[in-house]
Design a binder for this molecule. Structure first.
Ligand code: GLN
Length: 496
């Protein structure tokens, strides 16, 4: 690993590293204080109920990842990656500036929407240029992605520290403003760096020549798309009319979004399985991607509670005073990024070491481990919650251990999942399926938000049981995957 990391990389990688670092500074920095701001009714926050605030948190974080689908499409078909990153960055910065203006609920939600759109345009495209820098693929590309992942987490640590501190200790809007400044720095790095070091990469795509055959195919796909939209609208209308969902509330809206995301993803998988013209080997691989999709969604739905239920736990029920100084509760979210910076090189070396002995666990086993680890983290939280319900503040060790276990899980799933999606996807579906990988994160974030809706100060007694549910669910699915890892691996058809 260290040998791979020290190999010479193109300067362009470092331009992308710093641009993404600042973008993540703004994303994670703002996210760290988002829920606190939504719930706060003492220092000029929006003072929402827990169920509404957490649903909005879920909707926002889910939109960020869902909008990577149109973002990727726009880059592939209209702007090229470099322009998309540039425009995306400008939109993100404008969004944070809007958030920095103390102008009430409407303006705040507008700002959130703008940030989500900009991130959708920037996030998938910056990672795909990293891949473009290494057309030969192989270990150098993997090493480049590890370096890039470090940039992501360095940005998150800096962002949470600075934005979290300013937002919680001084003024919410000053925190949001700091996120805008971070994005501005990212734009400056990208503007100057990309002119010199990314020439010829991510350029505007050439106009496609449309054949009659392609046109006919696009026509059929359009009709199918309209059919699906009509079906979904009908289904949601039934849910609303029968009172199953109430989409006039943020919580109902988030649940509706969940129905849409799950249906569209299932439909997409079925569509390429049935009408995608795949060979039997490719079909099996797509089925594996479907299993990984659901496993990833479950993983993120636990993991991404970092910004929801775990944030609430840090704020309300954790002992945070050290020698008279109170640590901002958002700083706990930093433990993930810090543990990534520590464990990423260790885990990468571990995989290389195990490979040399022929013992490297297969991808389904790593996914299963990730799920079991996220469940184990929530088991620790259940213990912490049992202390909190007695009225005592819980030791910060509970959250520390949970974050450590969750981070090791993330390293078993996130980089491994990214690369297996590029490897297992049939060639002509690679970028679409890459988008579906982010949709799993979107779904996970949505559930992570919705789940935290139960964390009401009035239902304090239920807290251990709520954490227990996450434990059982993730460990259950993890064990199932562990039992069936062999057939799943076989379906991967020789790709590990
Ligand atoms: N933490 C990583 C990032 O921000 C991965 C997030 C995800 O895919 N859910 O890029």
């Amino acid at each position: 690993m260290t040998e791979q990391l020290s190999q010479k990389h193109p300067r362009g990688l470092y331009v992308l590293f710093f641009a993404e670092m600042w973008e993540r500074f703004s994303y994670y920095g703002m996210r760290a204080i988002l829920l606190l701001f939504l719930l706060d009714n003492m220092r000029g926050g929006l003072g929402l109920e827990a169920s509404e605030g957490t649903a909005i948190y879920g909707l926002y974080t889910a939109s960020v990842y869902l909008l990577t689908l149109p973002g990727g499409w726009l880059a592939d078909n209209v702007f090229g990656q470099k322009k998309s990153i540039w425009y995306g960055g400008i939109i993100i910065m404008i969004g944070h500036i809007v958030l920095a203006i103390p102008g009430g609920t409407g303006l705040f939600f507008l700002g959130l929407g703008i940030v989500a759109m900009g991130t959708g345009l920037l996030k998938p495209n910056i990672s795909s240029i990293v891949g473009e820098l290494y057309p030969e693929g192989g270990a150098r590309r993997d090493a480049a992605f590890s370096i890039f992942y470090m940039g992501i987490n360095l940005g998150s640590v800096l962002g949470i520290t600075i934005v979290g501190y300013l937002g919680q200790k001084i003024d919410w809007h000053m925190g949001f403003g700091a996120a805008a400044v971070g994005m501005l720095l990212g734009l400056i790095v990208f503007r100057y760096g990309s002119n010199t070091y990314l020439r010829g990469y991510g350029e505007v795509p050439p106009k496609k020549i449309v054949t009659a055959e392609a046109q006919a195919k696009a026509g059929t796909e359009k009709k199918l798309g309209y059919g699906l939209v009509a079906l979904l609208v009908g289904f949601l209308a039934i849910l609303q009319l029968t009172g199953t969902l109430d989409m006039t509330t943020a919580q109902g809206l988030a649940q509706g979004a969940g129905v849409i995301i799950v249906s569209v993803s299932l439909f997409y998988f079925l569509f390429i399985l049935i009408a995608g013209g795949l060979t039997p080997v490719e079909k099996k691989r797509v089925l594996v991607l479907m299993v990984f999709f659901f496993a990833a969604a479950i993983f993120w739905s636990g993991f991404e509670q970092a910004g929801s239920s775990l944030q609430i736990f840090a704020e309300r029920y954790t002992q945070r005073t050290i020698g008279g100084w109170e640590m901002p509760s958002s700083w706990f979210q930093n433990f993930n990024g810090t543990f990534i910076l520590i464990f990423a090189p260790i885990m990468a070396s571990l995989w290389i070491f195990l490979s040399s002995k022929g013992l490297n666990p297969s991808t389904p086993v790593k996914f299963a481990l990730a799920l079991i680890l996220v469940g184990a983290g929530f088991f620790v939280m259940e213990m912490g919650a049992k202390v909190a319900v007695t009225g005592q503040l819980a030791s910060p060790l509970f959250l520390t251990v949970t974050y450590m276990v969750h981070t090791i899980g993330e390293l078993c799933l996130s980089p491994v999942g990214l690369s297996s999606y590029t490897k297992l996807a049939p060639k002509r579906y690679v970028s679409q399926l890459m988008g579906i990988w982010f949709v799993a994160a979107s779904l996970g974030n949505l559930i992570a938000g919705l789940f935290a809706g139960g964390f009401d100060e009035k239902n304090l007694q239920q807290m251990p049981a709520l954490f227990n549910q996450v434990t059982l669910f993730s460990i259950g699915f993890g064990v199932l995957l562990l039992i069936f890892w062999k057939p799943v691996k076989k379906w991967m058809g020789g790709i590990s």
